[in-house]
Design a protein around this ligand. Structure first.
Ligand code: UFG
Length: 343
């Protein structure tokens, strides 16, 4: 069986490809390399640089590579950017998934694990968030993912043998234990990488985006989950994927940390002072997000190996110290930082 991994050159996708290969799976990666890194794809995986919107080429690859199941990571994933420029989010994420689902139908592939997001919940009515909480996103990124969830439900309703498992990630962080793969975004907007870049002296201070939220210290609270634990959930989901599967699971630790708590922890891990400056809120940011992971634990037997924020940050620090400029030697036709807008 060959697994197609879309976005397999990206941060989470590449960690998952590595775990799949270690588990003995045959893997085919597609990625348009607009934000991914060719160097992050191990040589054991076949690789095609194509865009999700190229349905014809996607169909050819699925047929020639004898794909049986799909893990779909490829997406733009910056909340703030999606508010500033929403159309690339609907184009890459939502329309890109329509193209993928069409290619799957044309090549008779009918099972998919989909990377969804806690951003689909918007501002949750209660914490921790369970899977049946109302989904009312407050940013285009969250909407682009929620539309896909609905498409999957509709496909499962209408197409025989179409099965899916959607995983709603909370805040993914950290890097694999041996430092071989890491987080290399450009632009980098995420909290933990920016703390570590400040510790390395690559930027002079950390910007705190809002300290007037209704939380104990006024900064946003997020549930940080290690990337290898997210990937382990994908392997379990792949095993549980059947033609009847129609399920969604949250993946998070179950409790959150404020922005200030993350910065303090990063100071402890790195031994460096991280100067801070307060800025206004970033549009599209909910005040508090933390997952109930009870469903995935009960039904798939998932449990996180990394249970402390300190361990998660330490694994990321390991990567940033050894790769201060990320995957430096770019190959292929990396196209730059602008999101592709096919709209
Ligand atoms: N933050 C700062 N300063 C920074 C960066 C972030 O204060 O320099 C704050 C943000 O405002 C937010 C928190 O830190 O309150 C976490 O921000 P991240 O950018 O690290 O993560 P987000 O919560 O915005 O988004 C991430 C993923 C999304 C996913 C979401 C789920 O990028 O794809 O987690 O919460 F949907």
């Amino acid at each position: 069986m060959t697994i197609l991994v879309t976005g397999g050159a990206g941060y989470i996708g590449s960690h998952c490809v590595r775990q799949l290969i270690a588990a003995g799976q045959k893997v085919c990666v597609i990625d348009n390399l607009s934000r991914g890194h060719r160097e992050a794809v191990p040589p054991q995986a076949s690789f095609f640089q194509i865009d999700l919107l190229d349905t014809e080429q996607l169909t050819d690859i699925m047929k020639s590579q004898r794909i049986e199941k799909v893990i779909h990571f490829a997406a733009l994933a910056y909340v703030g950017e999606s508010v500033e420029n929403p159309l690339p989010y609907y184009s890459n994420n939502t329309a890109g998934t329509i193209s993928l689902l069409r290619a799957m139908r044309q090549s008779r592939v009918s099972q998919i694990v989909f990377s969804s997001s806690c951003a689909t919940y918007g501002i949750p009515a209660s914490i921790p968030v369970t899977e049946d909480s109302p989904q009312t996103p407050i940013n285009p990124y969250g909407w682009s993912k929620l539309f896909i969830e609905q498409m999957l439900i509709d496909c499962a309703h209408s197409y025989p043998n179409f099965g899916f498992i959607g995983l709603r990630y909370f805040n993914v962080a950290g890097c694999t234990h041996d430092g071989a793969l890491g987080e290399d975004h450009n632009p980098e907007t995420h909290l933990i990488p920016n703390c570590l870049k400040t510790a390395l002296g690559q930027q002079s201070q950390m910007t705190i985006l809002g300290n007037d939220y209704p939380t104990a210290d006024g900064t946003c609270i997020r549930d940080y989950i290690h990337v290898d634990d997210i990937c382990a959930a994908h392997l379990l989901a792949l095993d549980a994927l059947t033609p009847e599967a129609q399920r969604f699971y949250n993946i998070g630790l179950g409790h959150g940390y404020s922005v200030l708590e993350v910065i303090k922890t990063a100071e402890r891990v790195t031994g460096c002072e991280i100067p801070i400056e307060y800025h206004p809120r970033r549009p599209g940011d909910p005040p508090v997000l933390a997952a109930s992971n009870e469903k995935i634990s009960r039904e798939l037997g998932w449990s996180p190996r990394y249970t402390s924020l300190e361990e998660i940050i330490r694994s990321a620090w390991n990567w940033f110290q050894t790769h201060p400029h990320g995957y430096e030697h770019k190959t292929g036709s990396h196209t730059g930082n602008e999101p592709k807008d096919h709209s």
